[in-house]
Design a binder for this molecule. Structure first.
Ligand code: IPM
Ligand code: MN
Length: 355
């Protein structure tokens, strides 16, 4: 019983975002009642509809206001009537950058009863965490274009990393590996055979920090292409994978499908010393919007990660047990419209079965 009250900013966002956030909030509130803490929610309507109505993506004042919260809980960003990039860059990426959420933590964990496309693999084989660097790489927007529209058009988008950015991410990943009771193995995923500046920096920092400060953690290195192969063929090899922003984006979609897909995959944008933001990995799923058929478990699991981050470990484990019960004993499938239950019923099931 922490007795604490947490101030949480909600950004339900676009498409099915509001529907899944509602269920996440339901479960968080139930967990709070059971474990003796309170959550107070303030909702913000940033997203495609507001942009289309007002032309405003995310005002500067809002970014400042978010800094006052204990955490942010986000549904989905992306609208079919808005050109790709505007909302993603203007809301999601802007918050990640301005709140310096330099870690994107994405667990890949197959729960019992959930179908995986990986042949002959079960929950004991698929249980690792991807620590995706979340502040640098091709995401910084550094680059440019010239002679646009001509046959000589040149487009550059740079992969950018500083030593300190790489170091803080690696340290977080080593600490994360130390806390897990699995294999005490940290794998660096890179591309040292081609990206001989950027991933050479990562690799040197990885071994230097590891040898000096984390001798108890085993270090492995995989090229990103091989990582994809082993994530499919031998996922049981992995405990924690650390990688840059771009590779991390790509391999976590692959990871998500091996754990049952976008209906369950959750993530946290973490600033260990600031305000972190939790979100399902999946998008806004416009075709399912408003139908009460989307799977809210990814949002529920993001809420669970938020509690873990806030120090409400017991409540987080309780949510996880309930999710395992629901996926294992209740749902027919994790796919939207095929669960055997509606979105709100799945939220009810998790909330009622907290133990
Ligand atoms: C993700 C998404 C985002 C990213 C997009 C929407 C900008 O794909 O969170 O993985 O590339 O990081
Ligand atoms: Mn992605």
């Amino acid at each position: 019983m922490s007795g604490k009250t947490y101030q949480i900013a909600l950004i339900p966002g676009d498409g099915t975002g509001p529907e899944v956030v509602r269920e996440g909030v339901k479960v968080l509130q139930a967990a709070g009642e059971k474990f003796g803490f309170k959550m107070e929610f303030a909702s913000f309507d940033f997203g495609g509809d507001r942009f289309l109505r007002t032309g405003e993506v995310l005002p500067d004042a809002a970014v400042l206001e978010f800094k006052k919260f204990d955490a942010i809980f986000l549904g989905a960003i992306g609208h079919p009537d808005v050109k790709p990039g505007i909302l993603e860059k203007g809301i999601l990426l802007r918050l990640r950058f301005e709140l310096d959420q330099y870690i994107n933590l994405r667990p890949v964990k197959l729960y019992p009863g959930v179908e995986t496309p990986l042949k002959d693999k079960g929950p004991e084989d698929i249980d690792y965490v991807v620590v995706r660097e979340n502040s640098g790489d091709c995401y910084t927007g550094i680059g440019g274009v010239s002679m646009k529209g001509t046959a000589d058009e040149v487009a550059v988008q740079n992969m950018v990393y500083t030593r300190s950015q790489v170091e803080r991410c690696l340290r977080y990943a080593f600490e994360c590996t130390r806390k897990r009771a699995r294999k005490k193995t940290l794998a660096l995923c890179g591309k040292t055979n081609v990206l001989t500046y950027v991933y050479d920096l990562w690799e040197r920092a990885f071994h230097e920090i590891g040898a000096r400060d984390y001798p108890d953690i085993r270090r492995e290195y995989y090229h990103v292409d091989a990582t994809c192969m082993w994530m499919v063929k031998n996922p049981e090899w992995f405990d924690v994978i650390v990688t840059g922003n771009m590779f991390g984006d790509i391999i976590t979609d692959l990871g998500a499908i091996t754990q049952g897909g976008m209906g369950i995959a959750a993530g946290g944008n973490i600033n260990p010393a600031g305000v972190s933001m939790f979100e399902p990995i999946g998008g806004s799923a416009p075709k399912y919007t408003g139908k009460n058929v989307i799977n809210p478990l990814a949002a529920v699991c993001s809420g669970m990660m938020m509690l873990e981050h806030l120090g409400e470990e017991k409540a987080a484990r309780s949510i996880e047990r309930s999710v395992i019960f629901v996926t294992g004993k209740k749902l027919k499938s994790l796919a939207a419209g095929k669960m055997g239950y509606s979105t709100s019923e799945v939220g009810d099931l998790v909330a009622k079965n907290l133990t």
